[in-house]
Design a protein around this ligand. Structure first.
Ligand SMILES: [Zn+2]
Length: 76
């Protein structure tokens, strides 16, 4: 269960997620807001910038904006 889908980037997180944002490919910066989102990638949700995600109330999860607008059918 995802208990903290939205969080501020801190130093620990920068060290943990060295690959950066799964949506835009840019590294995270201190103080940015990121959300745990589903997207076009394979596998479990990943952290991406908040403005690149859409909250889907049907599933109570964040979905990558590109994925959400393209498919409108996440998780099926
Ligand atoms: Zn991003």
């Amino acid at each position: 269960m995802i208990t903290q889908p939205k969080k501020l980037v801190d130093r620990e997180m920068m060290n943990t997620i060295t690959s950066g944002c799964a949506a835009c490919g840019h590294p995270f910066n201190l103080g940015e807001t990121v959300v745990l989102a589903c997207g076009a990638w394979e596998g479990p949700p990943k952290y991406i910038h908040e403005n690149e995600a859409v909250f889907d109330p049907r599933t109570s999860t964040y979905v990558e904006r590109k994925c959400f607008e393209a498919g409108r059918n996440p998780g099926s």
